[in-house]
Design a binder for this molecule. Structure first.
Ligand SMILES: NC(=O)C1=CN([C@@H]2O[C@H](COP(=O)(O)OP(=O)(O)OC[C@H]3O[C@@H](n4cnc5c(N)ncnc54)[C@H](OP(=O)(O)O)[C@@H]3O)[C@@H](O)[C@H]2O)C=CC1
Ligand SMILES: N[C@@H](CC=O)C(=O)O
Length: 404
């Protein structure tokens, strides 16, 4: 019997408990007949009358000081006390599986190092893309390829909101409330809507691909809070959709990374990724494009990814599974030099075309049904810097969205 503990019995921690109990036989089979069980669940709250009551503890020392506990799941969220608790577990030789991307993005290198020193593993498969198996394929399968780009929809909450706004005309606030009620959003949903969560996830993926630390604070991040029903009208006029895209790519030896809302064309693989679903597109120099798709948030889907790590750790007790990057800092190129096409909205009507063409170069006017008093212009591909300079010369700019 291999014993594990869960720290944090919220949306994901309770999902992990369910997966262990629902799929006991599957897990046993995949562990060659060995049984896996939850000895403790740590949480601040009481759960009177619930089965978890039998294993509930409030003192983390109970877990840390029990040599029978070989694996610890961290699903509390945030950096502290998660970092302190996870460090303690690793120092005690216990392997850790976490869904906490904030912890991985900020303290991943230190924790991977601690795992190595203590012959334990620190795995974080659920920290990117919810239930999508992306981290293991990236480090164990695409090992003969030079990965040149990773781009995806990496936040379930914002994709849910954008889909509801687009397809059902739901307000931003109402759609966010639904995402929170479904357990998709972060404790502070600003991390979702302002793109920080997707930024941490693309930093984790980029660090894995490059083998060096990409600091998520170096990544240009723009969220979806400024996206309005009018933006969707323009998207509809073009036959496109709007998605929060996170991307990291290497161009001429430089690393570019960004999180921002983008207009996505129907022929792009991310166009049809809706609701809470996420997708990650990986481009390798040999394999070309590979796409991963699944639920990007939610209790059982994410818990499935946590438990996949636990099962791997259980099969490799006493060893360090090699999923890591070095402490060396990876520079991210300034966003100003990256190239994009833009849809820029300005006040006025078709008479603005000459001014817009003079400022941005030859493009296309876009008129949307039900939109009055303004017009949009699709620019040619240009650098962010050139776009910014051109936009400064144009009066009454309302906003802009990049095109993927
Ligand atoms: N929700 C999702 O779909 C996904 C979440 N994640 C990540 O997984 C992690 C957990 O998320 P989620 O389950 O949604 O969060 P929840 O807030 O639902 O759960 C966290 C749980 O941990 C408990 N907790 C917090 N601090 C402590 C502590 N010091 N000691 C004991 N228990 C504590 C909380 O108790 P209390 O409520 O009393 O504070 C709560 O029950 C986060 O890092 C999140 O980013 C990753 C992928 C998907
Ligand atoms: N809040 C996150 C949860 C999963 O990582 C999201 O919505 O994607």
């Amino acid at each position: 019997m291999i014993q594990m503990a869960i720290m944090g019995f919220g949306t994901i921690g309770s999902g992990v408990y369910d997966v262990v109990n629902t799929n006991r036989d599957v897990i046993r089979k995949n562990l060659g007949g060995e049984e896996l069980d939850v000895k403790y669940v740590l949480d601040l709250r009481e759960f009177p009358g619930k089965p978890v009551e039998k294993v509930l503890v409030h003192d983390v020392n109970t877990i840390m000081e029990d040599p029978e506990v070989k694996i610890v799941v961290e699903t509390m969220g945030g950096v502290e006390p998660a970092f302190t608790f996870v460090s303690r577990a690793l120092k005690a030789g216990k392997s850790v599986a976490t869904s906490n991307k904030e912890l991985v993005a900020k303290k991943g290198v230190e924790l991977m190092e601690l795992a190595k020193e203590n012959h334990a593993s620190f795995l974080f498969g659920a920290s990117v893309g919810g239930g999508i198996p992306i981290i293991r394929p990236l480090v164990r399968c695409l090992t003969a390829d030079r990965i040149e780009e990773v781009a995806g929809i990496l936040n379930g909450t914002t994709n849910y909101i954008l889909t509801k706004m687009d397809q059902e005309g739901t307000s931003f606030e109402a759609a966010l409330k639904e995402a929170q009620d479904n357990g998709f959003a972060e404790k502070n949903p600003e991390a979702d809507v302002e793109g920080y969560d997707a930024g941490r996830k693309i930093a984790i993926l980029s660090s894995l691909v490059l083998g060096k630390s990409v600091n998520f604070e170096d990544i240009y991040t723009e969220g979806i809070s400024a996206i309005t029903a009018t933006d969707f009208k323009y998207a509809r006029a073009l036959g496109w959709s709007i998605k929060l895209v996170a991307s990291g790519k290497i161009v001429d030896g430089k690393v570019y990374a960004m999180v921002a809302p983008h207009l996505v064309k129907p022929e792009h693989p991310l166009y049809a990724v809706n609701d809470v679903f996420n997708a990650v597109m990986v481009h390798g120099n040999m394999v070309d494009d590979v796409m991963f798709y699944g639920r990007g948030a939610g209790s059982h889907a994410t818990a499935s990814a946590v438990m996949a790590d636990v099962v791997e750790e259980a099969a490799n007790l006493g060893k360090t599974l090699p999923v890591s990057w070095s402490a060396e800092h990876q520079e991210v190129a300034p966003v100003a030099s990256s190239e994009k096409q833009f849809l820029v909205r300005v006040k006025g009507g078709a008479e603005r075309e000459t001014v817009l063409a003079q400022a941005f170069g030859e493009g296309q006017l876009v008129q949307a049904e039900g939109v009055t008093g303004e017009i949009a212009y699709l620019t040619p591909v240009m650098t962010e810097e050139a776009f910014g300079k051109a936009a400064e010369t144009v009066e009454d700019v309302i906003g802009r969205i990049r095109v993927k």
